[in-house]
Design a protein around this ligand. Sequence first.
Ligand SMILES: Nc1ncnc2c1ncn2[C@@H]1O[C@H](COP(=O)(O)OP(=O)(O)O)[C@@H](O)[C@H]1O
Ligand SMILES: [Mg+2]
Length: 264
Amino acid sequence: MKIAISGKGGVGKTTVAAFLIKALSDRGFRVLAIDADPDANLAHALGLGNHFHITPISQMKELIEERTETKLGGFGAFFKLNPKVDDLPDSLGVEAMEGVRLLVMGGVKKGGTGCVCPESTLLKNLVRHIVLQRNEAVVMDMEAGLEHLGRGTAGAVDILLVVVEPGKRSIDTAREIKRLAGDIGIKRVGAVLNKIRRAEEEKLLREELKDMEILGYIPFREAILRADLENKAPFLLDQESLSMVDEILQKIQNPKNPEGGAHE
Ligand SMILES: Nc1ncnc2c1ncn2[C@@H]1O[C@H](COP(=O)(O)OP(=O)(O)O)[C@@H](O)[C@H]1O
Ligand SMILES: [Mg+2]
């Protein structure tokens, strides 16, 4: 089970990722949680707390230099395109909870369009290795641009979840992500509607996104906001949403189930 999560900034990607990771772990899966958003905060959402600092892999200068056989910041144009990465999930992953390891990728400064630099090469190789070779469940919290997913990797992702909140910009971004996902060869794209306050909002989003598979929704909940403010995991304060996400997980695993039906 390899799940990638994308959507406009602030829609709730990290929150949905945290709930999904917990739901998978509760169902007995071993999980690799990947924070692939340059603006990383999955560690907080998993309840690792304020004082827990994890260095993103993109900032591990020595590691990147060693593995790609180059000197960062130098003028040398050559570096290894196929660096060794298979040991990194175990050596760099942090145990976030029972059976869940967290890896923080970090962001790569882009010089112009489509930078091919040692940092991004290492991260892309690492994501590819994880998606193709590791046998844990994988949940990847990503930015809207799907930066770390190359073509070969995208094809092995089981589903890309696009988180959408009521609002035009979030809907536009969702459509854009769906197009992008098709371009790089992602097989299945499903939407999770988040921060729903009224039934009409859910209905409107379903209409706007009718050519997308809708996997379910999560209501707007004070408890989720509070968890964020208090630096706690949202699933600790909101069991109800956790069980809704567990239903979403069941739909991800059983694509044949008729879609919809999350709302009476
Ligand atoms: N269903 C929800 N109800 C209330 N607040 C939510 C909900 N989902 C997310 N939030 C809040 O919205 C903010 C952004 O969520 P986050 O998961 O960090 O978004 P993203 O990762 O997409 O940037 C956080 O403060 C989070 O607590
Ligand atoms: Mg986030």
